[in-house]
Design a protein around this ligand. Structure first.
Ligand SMILES: Nc1ncnc2c1ncn2[C@@H]1O[C@H](COP(=O)(O)OP(=O)(O)OP(=O)(O)O)[C@@H](O)[C@H]1O
Length: 239
């Protein structure tokens, strides 16, 4: 069986147009694969390139070199070279992204913001909303808020709506961009539990977690991003 995600020989640099077009290499020869049901966590100091890798895998950042292969409807798709329409289809059905920040849509209730990815996949409305209610209750969002648009919610309330939205689908690959940052301990534990459930369902996850306790609780392994620094020489490697 092929892996749900294979990243090979990926390189990325940013061109600083305001500084005479100088190139800032960020990562080089990024190489890893995810198994179904595992949660790998990107590790390394600030600025090492963790977010950049996550954004490339989601198709948000262009890739200079290499391949990012996802298994999508039984076929292998290279996100690094896929056209925008394919990227959208892959995001709808295959790869999800849970981040800290909610992009609120005016006049749409929290319940429907959460259920929306299931509506997009053609899931029955009632069924989708039931699942959204279950997640919002788990994440302790007060029921009086469910029918209101999240635009006026507190930062933590918006974050929980976003987390529910990110976890509602059954995407086989899920990217976790610090989903627990600034959550209280009770809701952090809920997110840890949601990640465990996804593992049990066979979802492959790639995440960034600055919170050490959460990382310990969810990580099956750490991918050390400093090994992908341009110019890094592997210990024991031939010159
Ligand atoms: N859009 C961008 N334009 C220019 N440089 C960028 C851009 N995004 C990231 N960088 C640079 O790339 C490097 C890696 O950034 P990245 O955000 O991927 O690191 P990180 O490991 O996620 O850091 P942190 O843990 O602080 O979030 C940094 O030097 C950063 O300044």
């Amino acid at each position: 069986m092929t892996m749900p995600l294979i990243v090979s020989e990926v390189a990325k640099s940013f061109t600083m147009h305001l500084q005479g077009g100088i190139k800032l290499p960020v990562v080089n020869n990024v190489f890893f694969a995810l198994k179904a049901g595992e949660c790998a966590v990107l590790g390394g100091p600030s600025g090492a390139g963790k977010s950049s890798i996550l954004k490339m895998v989601y198709g948000n950042y262009a890739v200079d070199e290499g391949q990012i292969i996802l298994r999508h409807h039984g076929k292998q798709i290279d996100i690094a070279s896929a056209d925008p329409r394919t990227v959208m289809a892959v995001r709808r059905d295959t790869i999800g992204y849970v981040s800290q920040f909610l992009r609120t849509v005016p006049r749409v209730s929290a319940l429907n913001v959460v259920a929306d990815p299931l509506f997009a996949r053609g899931i029955d409305r009632e069924k989708a909303q039931d699942k959204a209610r279950e997640l919002l209750a788990m994440l302790n969002l007060p029921q009086r808020l469910w029918d209101l648009p999240p635009a006026t919610f507190s930062g933590g309330e918006q974050q929980r709506v976003n987390i529910a939205r990110g976890f509602i689908t059954d995407h086989p690959v899920l990217l976790l961009d610090e989903p627990t940052a600034s959550l209280d301990a009770k809701n952090r534990d809920v997110v840890v539990e949601l990640i465990r459930r996804k593992k049990a369902e066979g979802v492959a996850m790639l995440g960034i977690f600055h919170d050490e306790d959460v990382r310990e609780a969810v990580a099956d392994r750490i991918i050390d991003v400093t090994e992908f620094a341009p110019g890094y020489v592997r210990q024991g490697a031939d010159a």
